[in-house]
Design a protein around this ligand. Structure first.
Ligand SMILES: *Cc1c(COP(=O)(O)O)cnc(C)c1O
Length: 417
C-alpha cells in the first residue's frame, strides 16, 4: 500500500520511485554524516499547504497580502531558533546552507575582498573559499588546513595566515572534521585582525543545540547552518547573528540573494526547533557522540586508521591506505551490503578527490533510529569484513541480509510511524 494515495492515483511512476526510496532508507544503515531522518511531524509540515504561499519580505513587512498566518509561522521559527541557540537574531529564510553562506559574503564583502576558510581537502566546505565555488572565484581566498602530524586544526597556522593576509571574513566550520572546533580561538584571531568571525555549524548544529559541542554563538559575529543535518529538520538554512549585523544579513538574504521564502520549510523548521529544545533531543545529541566514539573504538580495534585517531563529534574519517583498498571501492562495496557512507579525501591525500583514500562515516541517522553501543560494535565488524573482501559478493550478500534484519529492529522516524 502506498503511503501517498494521491500520488499513487495521479502519478504511479513517481509513487513507485518514492516507495523504492522509502524502502532503501528503511533497510539501509545510513552512515552519511550529513543525513538524518526527520520526524513524521517535520515531514507533515514540509508537505503542508504553506507551499502555496508567497511572502517576499519579513514578518510585518511583506510585498504580498494574505500574510496573517505566514507572519506568525516565520516569527515562531525565528523565536524558537533564537531561544534554542541563545542568539540575538535569526534569519530562517535561506534555502539551504550554501545560499546562507553566500548571503554572508554578500552582506559584508565586495568581489575581490580577501576571505579565509578551511580547505576542502582538509575537511572544509566548498563555500568557505574553495576555488571551484563562487566563494573562491569571486573572492581572494586564503585557505588553512590541518597539521600534518596531528591532523587537527593548527590554530597557530590559522593565526599566522590571518595576520599575513588580513581577511575580511574568517570562517570556521567543516564537513569532514572529527574533532571539536575551538570557536573561541577563532574569535580571538579574528578580533586581532579586525575581521568578522563566521562560524558555519551545518554539520554540528544538533550537537550544539543539544549541548554536545561548544556553541560558537557567544563568540561569532555570524553563525550559519543547514537545518537538515544533526539538527534533524527540513532541508534548509538559517543564519544567526549579533544584533549589529541584523540589517545587513536580512538585506543580503532578501532582496539580495533570494525571492520568496519556502514557507512549508519554515514551518517544518519551527517543528524541528521545538523538538530540538526537548530533554530527549539533548540525550539524542549525547548519544550521537557516544556512538561515534564507540564506532571509532570498534574500528581501531580492527586495525583501521582514523584521521586524528578518533572522534569527539558525530563523524569519523577512515584512512584506508594501510588496508590497500581505495575509498571508492570500499564505499561501493559497503553500499551493496546496505551500509551507506561516502568516500572522502583524507588530509594530504596522495590520491585524487574523485578516487580518494578515505571513508567518511557518521552516527546522526542511526542514532535517530535508536541504535546504541552494541550496534556500533556490530557495525565495526561488518565494515571490517566488507573492506577485507570488497569483491566477495557472498560475504556482501550475507551482510546485506543481516543489515536488513537489524534495521527492522530499529524503525526509522518518519518511515515507521
Ligand atoms: C552541508 C554544508 C553546507 C551546505 O549546505 P547545503 O544545504 O548542502 O547547501 C555548508 N557548510 C557546511 C560546513 C556544510 O557541511
Amino acid at each position: 500500500m502506498s503511503r501517498h494515495p494521491h500520488i499513487a492515483a495521479t502519478d504511479p511512476e513517481l509513487d513507485d520511485l518514492l516507495g523504492q526510496e522509502e524502502r532503501r532508507q528503511a533497510e539501509c544503515i545510513r552512515l552519511i554524516p550529513s543525513e538524518n531522518y526527520v520526524s513524521s511531524a517535520v515531514l507533515e509540515a514540509t508537505g503542508s499547504v504553506l507551499t502555496n504561499k508567497y511572502s517576499e519580505g519579513y514578518p510585518g513587512r511583506r510585498y504580498y497580502e494574505g500574510q496573517q498566518v505566514i507572519d506568525q509561522v516565520e516569527q515562531l521559527a525565528r523565536d524558537r531558533a533564537k531561544a534554542l541557540f541563545s542568539a540575538d537574531f535569526a534569519n530562517v529564510q535561506p534555502y539551504s546552507g550554501s545560499p546562507a553562506n553566500l548571503a554572508v559574503y554578500f552582506a559584508f564583502c565586495q568581489p575581490g575582498d580577501t576571505v579565509m576558510g578551511m580547505a576542502l581537502p582538509h575537511g572544509g566546505h566548498l563555500t568557505h573559499g574553495w576555488n571551484v565555488s563562487i566563494s573562491g572565484a569571486y573572492f581572494n581566498s586564503v585557505q588553512y588546513g590541518v597539521d600534518r602530524e596531528t591532523q587537527r586544526i593548527d590554530y597557530d597556522q590559522v593565526r599566522a595566515l590571518a595576520l599575513e593576509h588580513r581577511p575580511k571574513l574568517l570562517w570556521a566550520g567543516a564537513t569532514a572534521y572529527p574533532r571539536v572546533i575551538d570557536f573561541e580561538a577563532f574569535a580571538s584571531i579574528a578580533k586581532e585582525i579586525d575581521a568578522l568571525f563566521i562560524a558555519d555549524i551545518a554539520h554540528i548544529a544538533g550537537l550544539v543545540a543539544g549541548g554536545a559541542h561548544p556553541s560558537p554563538v557567544p563568540h561569532a559575529d555570524v553563525v550559519t547552518t543547514t537545518t537538515h543535518k544533526t539538527l534533524r529538520g527540513p532541508r534548509g538554512g538559517m543564519i544567526l547573528c549579533k544584533k549589529a549585523h541584523r540589517k545587513k544579513i536580512n538585506a543580503a538574504v532578501f532582496p539580495g540573494l533570494q525571492g520568496g521564502p519556502h514557507n512549508h520549510t519554515t514551518a517544518a523548521l519551527a517543528v524541528a526547533l521545538k523538538e530540538a529544545a526537548t530533554p530527549a533531543f539533548k540525550q539524542y545529541a549525547a548519544q550521537i557522540v557516544q556512538n561515534s566514539r564507540a564506532l571509532a573504538e570498534a574500528l581501531l580495534a580492527r586495525g583501521f586508521d582514523l584521521v586524528t585517531g578518533g572522534s569527539d563529534n558525530h563523524l569519523l574519517l577512515i584512512d584506508l591506505t594501510a588496508k590497500n583498498v581505495p575509498g571508492k571501492v570500499a564505499a561501493q562495496a559497503l553500499d551493496r551490503a546496505g551500509i551507506v557512507c561516502n568516500y572522502n579525501t583524507v588530509p594530504f591525500d596522495p590520491r585524487k578527490p574523485f578516487d580518494p583514500s578515505g571513508l567518511r562515516l557518521g552516527t546522526p541517522a542511526i542514532t535517530s533510529r535508536g541504535m546504541g553501543l552494541e550496534q556500533m560494535k556490530q557495525l565495526g565488524h561488518w565494515i571490517d569484513q566488507v573492506v577485507a573482501a570488497p569483491e566477495d559478493e557472498t560475504v556482501i550478500a550475507r551482510i546485506r541480509g543481516e543489515v536488513i534484519e537489524l534495521c527492522a529492529q530499529f524503525p526509522a522516524p518518519g518511515l515507521a510511524d
